[in-house]
Design a protein around this ligand. Structure first.
Ligand code: 13P
Ligand code: SF4
Length: 305
């Protein structure tokens, strides 16, 4: 049954010149049928580079919107429209406008995990992979940064500029499942393991890690880490472990918290991917007046090496 479904998806991809892009948190079976798996930055770049006419985007809403903004001539489909990132919802455009009025000299750097309407008000976008570099590349000494206060903390550590989190308490509910108690227990159980965490984790967890990096940054470290390290404590959504085990085998990976699950990321399934490909919907469409402004902020990020 599952093999039949996979065969059908493969046939539809060939017939329609479609590819599947999947985020690192996708279900194992979705990662396994994707042409490309990556973090937010890699997926944005890949969406621009492909010659496919249809992109089936297996990630959350803001990622598919970013692909649509960068590719107005391609059809972007998202298998389940319910895949809405709760963090992105925490910074409505109206709230950002208020913050901008209160800080007229500040530039706005927004995490890619934002609504397209908010992106349209930003000077530059960043991802977890490049936030530190982007804030330092801005002209202003004061940066409004949102919506994740933990990524703001990570960015602040790399700059003398003033970073103002907006909203004050934006966060990812899945990464907030990873608490110090989990980390201390995991370290006690695996004292030789290297600790790698995502910058969406709380500051205390970040401060106790060997590495803080994006999801694909974690894959790179586990592949390249030399010396004795063959055990890793992973502080992010647990879907990443499938990719780690596949691409850097022979090592041991332990989630710091096995409750760090993003339910929205898990909404895409083989069934709804097949159905979306067959029907070529639901389509992701960003209104042109918003897309044009948001694109400028995304392209500014992509131009920074
Ligand atoms: P990455 O860009 O590191 O994959 O992170 C995206 C995300 O939503 C993490 O929660
Ligand atoms: Fe959003 Fe957190 Fe899910 Fe990432 S893990 S998509 S930030 S809710």
């Amino acid at each position: 049954m599952r093999e039949e479904l996979i065969d059908k998806i493969e046939r539809l991809k060939r017939k329609k010149n479609a590819i599947i892009l999947a985020h690192n948190y996708q279900r194992a079976e979705v990662q396994d049928i994707a042409e490309f798996i990556g973090d937010s930055l890699e997926l944005a770049r890949k969406a621009m580079a492909t010659s496919a006419s249809i992109i089936v985007f297996c990630g959350v809403d803001f990622m598919a919107e970013t692909a649509a903004i960068l590719n107005p001539d391609k059809t972007i489909i998202i298998p389940d429209e319910g895949a809405i990132c709760p963090m992105a919802q925490q910074l409505p455009a109206d709230d950002l406008l208020v913050a901008k009025r209160q800080n007229p000299d500040a530039e706005v750097v927004l995490y890619v995990n934002t609504l397209a309407k908010s992106k349209a008000l930003a000077d530059c976008i960043c991802t977890s992979a490049n936030a530190q570099k982007i804030v330092n590349a801005m002209d202003s000494q004061t940066i409004l940064f949102g919506p994740d206060r933990n990524l703001a903390y990570h960015a602040q550590k790399a700059t003398t500029k003033e970073i103002i989190p907006v909203p004050a308490h934006g966060l990812c509910p899945s990464h907030h499942q990873i608490v110090m108690d989990d980390l201390l227990k995991a370290k006690a159980a695996h004292p030789d393991a290297k600790v790698i965490v995502h910058p969406e984790c709380i500051p205390e967890v970040q401060d106790s890690a060997d590495y803080i990096t994006s999801t694909s940054g974690m894959v790179k470290i586990c592949k390249e880490e030399v010396g004795d390290a063959d055990e890793f404590l992973i502080g992010t959504e647990i879907g990443l472990l499938h990719r780690l085990k596949k691409e850097a085998p022979g090592k041991r990976y332990y989630p710091i918290s096995d409750t760090a699950v993003c339910p929205q990321m898990k909404m895409h399934t083989l069934e709804n991917i097949e159905s979306a490909l067959e029907r070529e919907k639901p389509k992701v469409v960003v209104p042109a007046e918003i897309a044009v402004k948001a694109r400028k902020a995304i392209e500014r990020m992509l131009a920074i090496p």
